[in-house]
Design a protein around this ligand. Structure first.
Ligand SMILES: Cc1cc2nc3c(=O)[nH]c(=O)nc-3n(C[C@H](O)[C@H](O)[C@H](O)COP(=O)(O)O)c2cc1C
Length: 164
């Protein structure tokens, strides 16, 4: 019998959100012993989250907006599952712009989805690539993602079950 604890879904275009999803997965597995599945919403737009007790949703931001698949996923009713949100954005990686990124891309978006009360939500720095797909600006912050996930891990729900 398998128990699904945590689902991480993400939408990415340049790859930063995918990397954060992998970092978060690793910390939850290695430090908290959680079972974690990771789904790229571009490949599977409607993953079944119902077997999971924790749902973590990640998106990149372009032109002030979440990527469509991730935004649509927010419309789901997650019931009493623990939900967490993370983003990758250029502004989030610039200290003097980070608060503005959190307001515009998290606070304002969640205000339009009042049914979601995340246990944690954070914006992380992203990347910029040139036309040849080479990274020309790297604002990724793995240390911030690790610290955030360590706090998140304490709030996630672990399913315990017994065999009689
Ligand atoms: C066309 C374009 C528009 C962007 N618009 C924004 C923006 O409005 N705000 C922001 O903070 N970052 C913006 N960025 C930077 C992205 O947020 C950054 O590339 C991030 O890594 C995207 O996530 P991803 O790598 O998972 O796709 C933009 C990047 C591109 C290419």
């Amino acid at each position: 019998m398998s128990v699904n604890e945590t689902l991480i879904v993400y939408a990415t275009k340049s790859g930063a959100t995918e990397e954060y999803a992998s970092m978060i997965e690793k910390v939850l597995r290695d430090k908290f012993g959680l079972e974690v599945d990771v789904v790229n919403l571009r490949k599977n737009k409607k993953p079944d989250f119902t077997p999971y007790s924790n749902v973590i949703i990640g998106s990149g931001v372009r032109r002030g907006k979440w990527y469509g698949e991730a935004k649509k996923f927010l419309d789901n009713d997650f019931g009493d599952r623990k939900v967490a949100i993370f983003l990758a954005s250029r502004r989030a990686g610039i200290p003097e712009m980070c608060n503005e990124a959190v307001k515009n891309y998290i606070t304002d978006v969640l205000a339009k989805h009042p049914h979601i009360k995340p246990v944690a939500a954070e914006a992380f720095g992203g990347i910029k690539k040139n036309k040849k797909e080479r990274i020309i600006l790297d604002l990724r912050d793995p240390a911030k993602a690790k610290t955030w996930t360590e706090e998140l891990g304490k709030k996630t729900r672990k399913i315990s079950y017994y065999l009689f």
